[in-house]
Design a protein around this ligand. Structure first.
Ligand code: HEM
Ligand code: HEM
Length: 167
């Protein structure tokens, strides 16, 4: 049986906590990115760089994001996610479906490209990491704009679904 055949009424506590934990971790990856970027530039230039806990935090933070994303995927398949709000037009349902899956793909891609660059010294992987970082920002912008769109245009309170669990 697939998750789609019996959709739950809302997101579970675990799904909601994981969603917001990943949001905080992603914000930290962007806010504190300079340490690893400078270290990477130094490595490419054949120079040494001073260790900073923020470099380690980027690597560990990226690993945690990957772990949480895999956990969310397991929950999606085992428990499922609620259907899109009923009054959402079909093209928007498709768009949000695609955007949600794109989030998972981009986040896995970011963790893999970052690891390949950092541990494998592959400079093309860093280029991929840099392209994905822009795509991720675009997805986040679209995703966040969808919240007031749902609230004020479609007049459904989709935000409540990511706040109030339906375990
Ligand atoms: C999965 C979530 C991750 C996100 C959202 C993320 C995000 C970012 C961002 C925003 C930058 C700054 C790029 C720039 O403008 O200079 C960056 C750089 C970098 N990240 Fe990540 N990162 C993630 C995971 C990782 C992991 C797991 C590693 C390594 C194990 C890693 C290694 C790197 C490296 C080496 C750079 C420097 C690349 C460069 O400056 O060209 N990242 N990351
Ligand atoms: C910054 C990184 C973010 C990522 C990667 C992300 C990812 C996702 C994903 C993949 C889903 C689908 C549900 C799931 O699979 O668990 C989702 C749902 C949701 N997100 Fe985000 N999100 C982010 C930020 C935000 C922010 C900042 C807000 C609010 C301002 C938000 C509000 C929501 C809401 C309301 C839903 C439920 C949509 C529905 O019921 O269909 N998200 N998010």
């Amino acid at each position: 049986m697939t998750a789609q055949t019996k959709a739950p009424q809302g997101y579970s506590t675990a799904q909601i906590v994981l969603h917001w934990a990943v949001v905080v971790l992603i914000a930290a990856q962007y806010i504190f990115k300079d340490a690893i970027s400078l270290a990477w530039d130094a490595i490419r230039a054949g120079e040494t760089f001073a260790f900073s806990p923020l470099i380690l935090a980027h690597v560990v933070g990226g690993g945690l994001i990957l772990a949480f994303v895999v956990w969310r995927l397991v929950l999606r398949f085992k428990r499922g996610v609620p259907d899109a709000p009923e009054n959402e037009p079909a093209p928007l349902k498709t768009l949000s479906h695609v955007a949600h899956w794109a989030f998972y793909a981009v986040l896995v891609g970011m963790a893999m490209s970052g690891s390949l660059a950092w541990f494998g010294d592959v400079s093309q992987a860093a280029q991929v990491h840099n392209i994905l970082k822009v795509i991720l920002l675009a997805l986040i912008a679209l995703h966040v704009l969808a919240v007031p769109f749902h609230r004020f245009v479609l007049k459904n309170n989709v935000m409540q679904r990511m706040i109030r669990p339906a375990d």
